[in-house]
Design a binder for this molecule. Sequence first.
Ligand code: SF4
Length: 377
Amino acid sequence: MTDATNPARPLERKRLRTALLDFFDARARPLPWRDTDDPYAIWVSEIMLQQTRVETVIPYWERWMARYPDVEALATADESEVLKAWEGLGYYSRARNLREGAAVVRDRFGGEVPATVDELREVPGIGPYTAGAVASIAFGVATPAVDGNVRRVLARLFDEPNPTAAWLRDRASELVDPDRPGDFNQALMELGATVCTPSSPNCAGCPVAPMCAALSAGTVDERPAPKRRKPVPERDIVVIAACAEMSDGWRVAMRRRPTDGLLGGMWEFPEWEHDHDPPRADALPEVGHVFSHFRATYRPFVMEVVPEPSTDRAADIAEDIPVRPPLGSPLLGPDGAEPDEPRWIHSAEFGDLALPVAQRKIAGFVRDWLAGRGFAS
Ligand code: SF4
């Protein structure tokens, strides 16, 4: 990069802002949350978009806004219903934080989403990126919002192999357009999502190509340098679906996970704690799932049990079916908090429970197994 093409120089900065805003005006994808200046709606979209593709988010956001149209509606909503509405988006702590954040906005900010970055940061679940995005898009605050797309674009524009958080914040702060900060931040994100993509960026169709230092240096493919990733641990998790025929049909033992921690508040089939597979059980298809810090292969088994006739609890099912997870299980809550005792769930109620994606697939196999035995819910 020569000094003359440095986007941080005032002249280049102006050129770059104009090119990006023109690009945004002409080529930005029409997304439903771009049609509103409601800070709550924008906040919801930003939380949903973390780690999740735009196409996936659109129907979730539309359903969410119909069901929880404002802070008050979300703050007073039942947590299990909120998790159910989030089902399939993953990273469920985002949903719990969003609901908790709505309560904080209601109680501490009089129901109005705060307009400054500092106050936004006081809301649970809002980090530096989301605070910058909401402040700039909803309130026109000239502050940066650096997500993964922006990181890549800036690293290439400046030909910086290892952009640190401080470096990115400084560059993004220098560049953000003071008159249209929200559009500018979205333009950088949009460029990263649609033009300056991780592999095969479309430099020939890029509006800021004349100012791109990595393009002129021939280092686009090396910017930013790939992060060194630790190997992802892999874990086998055997789960058991204990099914019992009761007066109203077949029911299955399921339990709710602790509220805090991984998949908090969601429902699941209990884990099998032995190092041998469950006896007298049928193996169901394996289900793989990638968590942020490990890769799980669920090996589900299903079996018929005879419950205690006088109870609706599933904790008393046959003695050889442990329903508590082993200590050290990767799916235990923080501090080893254990899930609730299992309860007998009618298979017709699977659809009403907040189930993580892998558990929902297993529930489908259990339903098929029950249908194969002549029971259809
Ligand atoms: Fe990215 Fe290529 Fe545009 Fe540079 S010229 S910002 S590398 S798409």
